[in-house]
Structures are given as C-alpha cells and as structure tokens.
Design a protein around this ligand. Structure first.
Ligand SMILES: O=P(O)(O)OC[C@@H](O)[C@@H](O)c1c[nH]c2ccccc12
Length: 268
C-alpha cells in the first residue's frame, strides 16, 4: 500500500469511531454552526496581501518530526501578523501529528480564513470541519472518485464552506474538475513517492479555468518561486515546512514576506 492508501484505510476506521463517539447532532450544536465563514477566495485575491497560506504542521510522512514544540497559538497569531493570507491547520493525528483542537485554537485567536487540512472521504468530516471553525476544506483528487468530489463539495457548500480541490497531475484535474469547488491546488509533491517538482504547477496552470483561484502547494521556499508562479496565474501559495522547520515559524514567515515585497503591484 502506498501512503495515500494507508491514510485512507486508517481514515475510514477513524471516521467510523468518531461517528459513534461524537454524533452529528452533537457537532451541530457547536457555536460555529451559527457563524459565517471567512472567504478563502477573497483573501487570496486581496491586493494588499501576498497569497501565502501558512501551514501549521508538526510532522509528516516524508520528513518525520518537523517541529515538536511550536505553539499553535503563538505561531498562528504570528503568521497572521506577519501578513499571511490564510492559515492551514493539519488536523490528522496519526500521520501529521495534528488534532482538531489545534484548529479550534487557531480559530479562537484569528479572524482569517482557515483551511482544515485532512483527508476527507466522508460528509461527517465536513460537519466536523464546520464544528471546529474551519472556513475551507481540502478535497484530494488522488483519493476520491469524481462523483465523490462532487457530492462532498456540494455538501460543504451547503454548510457555507469553500473548497480547495487538490490535484497532482492532468488526469486528476480533468477527471475531478467541477464548478462546485472554489480553488484548485496543484500539489508539487507526489504523495505516492514524496518527490517534489515546482514544474508540476507550471505544467498544469494553463489547464485550470480562470474562474478558479489557482494555488500552488508544497516544496516552496524561495521568493523567486512565488514571483515566477504568479506569472502562471497562481494567487495562493501553501507553505509549511519552510517555516515549521525553524524554531520560530512565525518569524521565518515575517522575514520571508520581507523578501517578497517589491515596489510593483502584487498582480500586474
Ligand atoms: O510543507 P510544504 O512542503 O511547504 O507543503 C505544505 C502543504 O502543501 C503540504 O503539507 C500538503 C499538501 N497537500 C497535502 C495533503 C495532506 C497533507 C499535507 C499536504
């Protein structure tokens, strides 16, 4: 089994256990069912920000432990103060060392779009995303059939959430593209073997219709890469490791943003 297959097998079990422990009725009583989500799309298109989606990630199957000590509160507040456009919080415990509470804490302290980073295969996880205060969910084409993407995206929309659809190649993009999603994320990392190539974003750019916000995900560590990807139409840049591997991720983001600032308008 490759890592994606292992993760989805584990998720099926996890979802079944959670459904029994925390029934939907209970989740629907949380305060976030009453509150209006913040638009991910809008924040990524803002002229006064740089499009960085700053991720809180403690470990990953490709790197192992990235940062065992960072505080979610200090890091996410610092990310926003440094000028991030949105936050991404890993909630998967088994493979990424995250938890739902991490996202809840990020929500409590920040008014900005928050992406729930997890492996969604069931509507239950979308209700859960809403109940912990997420604004946008990730759907990964590599683990879903086209009809599943459609159904899950429509369901997320019905709860007011936005959807980032992640693809890694042309086949995934063409097979799953649907009007139900708001943004397309091209993952530069191949989750089957962990290899990373920024060219993946460049190659797929022209195949993504303009009405979707284009996001480039993974393996980004240089300002030049962002400036280059903007010329391909990318408006969102999902970055984790580059910041999280330092002892103060929020400071690393602040210095990174300094290197991104130019006199020219962000989008020509
Ligand atoms: O840490 P990086 O290389 O900057 O990548 C961040 C993000 O793109 C990556 O964590 C990611 C992209 N898609 C995912 C799906 C699940 C878990 C994690 C991911």
């Amino acid at each position: 089994m490759n890592i994606l297959e292992q993760i989805t097998a584990f998720k099926r079990q996890e979802v079944a256990e959670r459904k029994a422990l925390y029934p939907v009725k209970l989740l629907e009583q949380t305060i976030y069912f009453e509150t209006q989500p913040v638009s991910f799309r809008k924040y990524l298109l803002r002229q006064d920000l740089h499009g960085i989606i700053a991720e809180f990630k403690r470990k990953s199957p490709s790197l192992g432990i990235i940062n065992a000590h960072a505080s979610v509160e200090r890091t996410t507040i610092g990310y926003m103060q440094a000028g991030a456009s949105a936050l991404s919080v890993l909630t998967d415990a088994q493979f990424f060392g995250g938890k739902n509470d991490d996202l809840k804490i990020a929500r409590k302290f920040n008014f900005c779009p928050i992406l729930r980073k997890d492996f969604i295969i069931d509507e239950y996880q979308i209700i859960e995303a809403k109940s912990i205060g997420a604004d946008v969910i990730l759907l990964i084409a590599g683990i879903l059939q086209a009809d599943e993407v459609n159904k899950l995206a429509a369901f997320a929309k019905s709860l007011g959430l936005e959807i980032l659809l992640e693809v890694h190649d042309r086949e995934e993009l063409e097979r799953t593209l649907t009007d139900q999603v708001d943004a397309i994320g091209v993952n530069n990392r191949n989750l089957k073997d962990f290899s990373v190539s920024i060219n993946t974003s460049k190659e797929l750019a022209a195949l993504i219709p303009d009405k979707f916000v284009k996001v480039s995900e993974s393996g980004i560590s240089k300002a030049e890469t962002i400036l280059d990807l903007r010329t391909y139409g990318y408006r969102g840049f999902l970055m984790g490791e580059a910041f999280m591997k330092t002892s103060r991720p929020e400071k690393a983001l602040a210095s990174f943003i300094e290197t991104l600032k130019t006199d020219k308008p962000i989008f020509a």
